[in-house]
Design a protein around this ligand. Structure first.
Ligand SMILES: [Fe+2]
Ligand SMILES: [Fe+2]
Length: 305
């Protein structure tokens, strides 16, 4: 397989290791291996850091739904192994890790609870070996223009208008995590420029943490950005039962299609009002269309005079 990358960008976050959806992360890895994006953005809350939540700080966690939660060092080891594997899977892909509020716990808890110890301890990027892996790290919720015209960041908002608010605040296209929803809010200016507010879903095992009655309004999935003549456009990729859902295949116009089927369609679509009236009077509009579909050629009396 070629090691060259595509022009695509994949954005995935909110894995919450320890409460993660293994099959969902597996689906993401398959997609990354297949698409070979030029850029992969890990948009925060990759680790859960559940042991650093204020409610359990200072004690080992009890069982959660009958399972032992991962200890922090186990989460770090798991994350490091996954990142190592990811980089070896797509060595040409640039990987960027944007800190989420859950990773931020390492810094805030350390600074607040044991500042002297914090100065001695390694940071999360050091623990994860990001520099050796060539992975770029950006601190929490600092919008980074990783794609032209797009700000990417983990985010702080979870309300129903999260991506709309972020888009209106930055006046740029954005991808945020944190809300765990898969959502696009587009905004087209009077000048015809469209910007996109995107929320990037999650790959967390919701069933492990919540009962069906408590099930929050979250959607499993991630985001692919693809280039277009008007800049990058977003695609939401839902993950359903461990499978990333894509349309069956890309529909590219082939030379045969352009030379054949497209010609009568284009001719009908380019008729102006007068020529349609002429055609209707002369022989009936339906005859015109049927004739074009058969021959691909407009009748003489409908051609430009
Ligand atoms: Fe999250
Ligand atoms: Fe978050």
């Amino acid at each position: 397989m070629s090691s060259r990358t595509s022009d695509l960008v994949v954005v995935s976050g909110d894995w919450h290791l320890g409460e993660h959806d293994s099959n969902g992360i597996g689906a993401l890895f398959r997609v990354v291996q297949s698409l070979r994006p030029r850029l992969l953005v890990l948009n925060g809350d990759i680790l859960d850091c559940s042991e650093l939540h204020k409610s359990v700080l200072g004690k080992r966690q009890a069982l959660v739904n009958g399972r032992n939660p991962l200890h922090l060092y186990q989460e770090v080891i798991m994350a490091r192994m996954l990142l190592d594997f990811l980089v070896s899977l797509v060595p040409e892909t640039k990987v960027v890790f944007l800190e989420g509020n859950h990773e931020l716990r390492l810094g805030t808890v350390g600074k607040n609870q044991a500042p002297a110890l914090f100065e001695l301890a390694a940071t999360l990027p050091e623990l994860l070996g990001l520099e050796e892996l060539g992975i770029e790290w950006h601190p929490y919720s600092q919008p980074v223009e990783l794609v032209p015209g797009w700000y990417l960041f983990h985010g702080t908002r979870t309300n129903i208008h999260a991506c709309k608010s972020a888009l209106e605040e930055t006046c740029r296209s954005i991808v945020q995590g944190h809300s765990h929803r898969l959502k696009v809010f587009p905004k087209t200016d009077p000048d015809g420029r469209t910007i996109w507010g995107v929320e990037g879903g999650h790959l967390r095992n919701v069933a492990a943490a919540y009962t069906p009655l408590q099930r929050p309004n979250w959607q499993s999935g991630f985001v692919v950005l693809s280039p277009s003549p008007l800049g990058y456009v977003p695609h939401l990729i839902p993950v359903v039962k461990g499978t990333a859902i894509f349309p069956t295949s890309a529909v590219e116009p082939t030379p045969e299609w352009i030379a054949g089927m497209w010609q009568p369609i284009k001719q009908v679509l380019s008729l102006d009002a007068q020529r349609i009236i002429d055609a209707t009077v002369a022989g009936g509009l339906w005859d015109l269309v049927a004739n074009q579909a058969r021959t691909g050629i407009l009748p003489a009396h409908t051609r430009s005079r």
